[in-house]
Design a protein around this ligand. Structure first.
Ligand code: NDP
Length: 308
C-alpha cells in the first residue's frame, strides 16, 4: 500500500458551491437499509439501489425513499455505498462512474489501496471519493449514532457532511484517501483481539467452576473490560443466541486488511497475525451464515468447553 499522506487540500471548497439536492444509497444490507432510512429526514430526493431489487422497492415503501436503477443512482450529488468488499465497490464504480461534481461516500469496510485508486479514478473525472467506513453495529445504524471515519479530501467531506450526519454520532476526518479504511480495519482487529481474549479469560474461569455472569459483572466494573465483555460475550455468547447482525466473513476480511497493512509497513505484529488466522479458520469451518461472535466457538471447540 502507498503511504497514506496527511489530508491534502488540493481541492478548493469553492468547487462545491451548490447545496446537495439528491442523495443515493447503494447496498441495502444489514447496515445500508438502516443508514439509508435516516436520509429522508434531511433530503427530499433519496434514491436507493440494491442488487436484489425487491429490497429497494420495500425500502421505498417503508421509508419514503425511491428505488432506482444503478445508472440513475449515480446521477445523485452524493452517492453512498455500503457493500461487503472494496472489490465490489470498485466494479460498480468502474462500470457506472458518477456524474461530475458528485461525491461518492463509501461506507464499506474496505481496502486502503482501492480507496486511493478510486479517489484518483474519480478525481480525473471531476468527482470525489471518500472512504467513510462506519462502526456501531446495526443498533448504531438504527439509532443514527454511527462513528464514521473518513479518508479523502477535506472539501469533499465538508460538502458531503450534511448527508452523513443523519446516521452519524461522530464524523472524524482521519487523513487522506485510505486512512478511513485503515482506521476501520485496525478498530475491528482490536475488537477481534478483545473477543478472542475475552473467550480465553472466560474459558479459564469456566474450567475453574466460576459463574461467568458474575465474573463478567466484576470484569465490566474493572480494568479488563471491553466492548466484547460488555455486550458481545454476555448478550451473544453466554445466551447461546449468536444473532446474525455482522457476518464472520466480514470480520475475517477486516482482520486480513489490518494484517496486510502491518505487513506492507514491515511491522512484526504477532497478535494481529494470530487473530487474523483464528478469524480465517473460524470463517472456513463455521456453518454459514455465521455471526462474528461465533469466532468464540472455535475456542470452545479446541477446548471442549461451552461458555454458558
Ligand atoms: P450484508 O451482507 O448484510 O449486506 C450486503 C449488501 O451488499 C446487500 O445489499 C447485498 O445485496 C449487497 N451485495 C453483495 N454482493 C454484491 C455484489 N456483488 N454487487 C452488488 N451488491 C452486492 O452486509 P452488511 O450490511 O453487514 O455490511 C456492509 C458493509 O458494512 C461491510 O463492508 C461490513 O464489513 C460493514 N459493516 C458492517 C457492520 C454490521 O454490524 N453488519 C458494522 C460496521 C460495518 P443483496 O441484497 O442483493 O444480497
Amino acid at each position: 500500500m502507498q503511504e497514506i499522506s496527511p489530508a491534502s487540500t488540493t481541492l478548493s471548497s469553492a468547487f462545491f458551491n451548490q447545496p446537495i439536492e439528491s442523495v443515493a444509497f447503494l447496498g441495502l444490507g444489514a447496515m445500508g437499509e438502516l443508514m439509508a432510512a435516516h436520509l429522508p429526514t434531511t433530503f427530499k430526493r433519496v434514491w436507493v439501489w440494491n442488487r436484489t431489487a425487491e429490497k429497494a422497492q420495500q425500502h421505498a415503501k417503508r421509508y419514503g425513499t425511491r428505488a432506482v436503477t444503478l445508472p440513475e443512482a449515480v446521477q445523485a450529488d452524493v452517492i453512498f455505498s455500503c457493500l461487503p468488499t472494496s472489490q465490489t465497490v470498485r466494479e460498480l464504480i468502474l462500470a457506472n462512474p458518477p456524474k461530475k461534481g458528485s461525491v461518492w461516500v463509501d461506507c464499506t469496510s474496505g481496502v486502503p489501496d482501492i480507496a486511493q485508486e478510486l479517489a484518483q479514478f474519480l478525481q480525473a473525472r471531476g468527482s470525489y471519493f471518500l472512504d467513510a467506513p462506519v462502526s456501531g453495529q446495526t443498533v448504531g445504524a438504527q439509532r443514527g449514532t454511527l462513528t464514521v471515519m473518513v479518508g479523502g479530501e477535506a472539501a469533499a467531506l465538508a460538502y458531503a457532511r450534511p448527508a452523513i450526519e443523519p446516521f452519524a454520532g461522530l464524523i472524524e476526518h482521519v487523513g487522506a484517501s485510505g486512512a478511513g479504511f485503515a482506521v476501520k480495519a485496525v478498530n475491528n482487529m482490536l475488537m477481534a483481539v478483545n473477543l478472542w481474549a475475552g473467550a480465553e479469560g472466560l474459558g479459564i474461569l469456566k474450567a475453574h467452576g466460576v459463574r461467568l455472569e458474575n465474573a463478567l459483572t466484576c470484569i465490566n466494573a474493572s480494568s479488563g473490560q471491553s466492548m466484547s465483555t460488555q455486550s458481545v460475550l454476555p448478550q451473544r455468547v453466554l445466551t447461546r443466541d449468536f444473532p446474525l447482525t455482522f457476518a464472520l466473513e466480514l470480520l475475517a476480511k477486516d482482520t486480513r486488511i489490518a494484517q496486510a497493512l502491518a505487513k506492507s509497513a514491515g511491522l512484526t505484529t504477532p497478535i494481529t497475525g494470530l487473530v487474523q488466522q483464528f478469524c480465517a479458520i473460524a470463517d472456513q469451518t463455521q456453518p454459514k451464515p455465521a455471526d462474528f461472535s461465533t469466532l468464540v466457538q472455535l475456542f470452545e471447540q479446541w477446548n471442549h468447553i461451552e461458555l454458558s
